[in-house]
Write a protein that binds this ligand. Structure first.
Ligand code: ADE
Length: 248
């Protein structure tokens, strides 16, 4: 089955961009995913092909017009009625690996990319659109965010990633950051590889990796650690308690 990516943008020349090299490019050549970019401007009704206007109530910048957006989205959904519609915006719900997994398992995505100050809000009131953010940063437009989302989906498509296990153990797949990696040379700049990784004892290596993964998540991403199923909270006395014992 081909994963169908439809991107609605004012800058179709930004695609496939980085998805035109390496893994994603090969997967596209093999028909594992397809890309169709639609120029939002083609759906403007006036002779100047206007797509934006000044914000109601005043203020800086321009806003994408709802009538133009609706015409473009409706065209895309007619072609791909089974695909969810996503809009890339810093006002959206933060993207997670779990959502990426769901999307990658589906028929594809229609992705609306914003520019300027954003979209006329009525587009979200009138069409079933999921607003998605790729993080608490502001990009110049939704296109780089769409590329990130597509990259994350494409690498999960069946047959795209060389070794399937390299996906199962990586960051976020189990709600934790991945453990650190090392490779040859075994000594470099006076630094060595942790002894356990050279022991050949697979059970010990697995235990070390699990523990590193937990330590790193706790220190670097306390938000993830807090949500992690197996998380236990270290009390001031050093005793370890189940989360449910914390009266939360
Ligand atoms: N467009 C601009 N900033 C964005 C963000 N953080 N996520 C998704 N789309 C965006």
């Amino acid at each position: 089955m081909t994963f169908k990516a439809t991107v609605l943008t004012l800058y179709p020349e930004m695609f496939p961009g980085p998805l035109g090299v390496s893994l994603a490019a090969r997967a596209r050549e093999e028909g594992k995913w397809s890309l169709d970019c639609m120029q939002i401007r083609d759906f403007a009704a006036d002779k100047h092909r206007t797509v934006d206007d000044t914000p109601a109530g005043g203020g800086a910048g321009m806003v994408l017009r709802v009538d133009v957006l609706a015409a473009c989205i409706d065209h895309a959904t007619e072609l791909h009625p089974d695909c969810p519609i996503l809009a890339m915006t810093p006002r959206g719900k933060p993207l997670t690996q779990a959502r990426v997994r769901e999307l990658a398992a589906g028929p594809g995505v229609i992705i609306l990319c914003g520019r300027f100050e954003g979209f006329d809000e009525r587009i979200f009131q009138s069409r079933p659109i999921e607003e998605v953010s790729i993080g608490d940063i502001v990009l110049s437009g939704g296109e780089p965010a769409a590329l990130m989302l597509l990259d994350a989906c494409i690498r999960l498509l069946p047959g795209v990633m060389g070794a399937p296990s390299s996906g199962a153990e990586e960051s976020f797949e189990n709600g934790l950051l991945e453990y650190p990696h090392y490779t040859r040379p075994s000594e470099w700049g006076g630094r060595t590889i942790p002894e356990v990784l050279r022991s050949g004892d697979h059970a010990k290596i697995a235990a070390w990796r699990k523990s590193q993964s937990e330590i790193d998540t706790r220190l670097r991403r306390p938000d993830l650690w807090e949500r992690h199923d197996g998380a236990r909270v270290q009390s001031a006395s050093g005793a370890r308690h189940e989360k449910k014992d914390q009266g939360k």
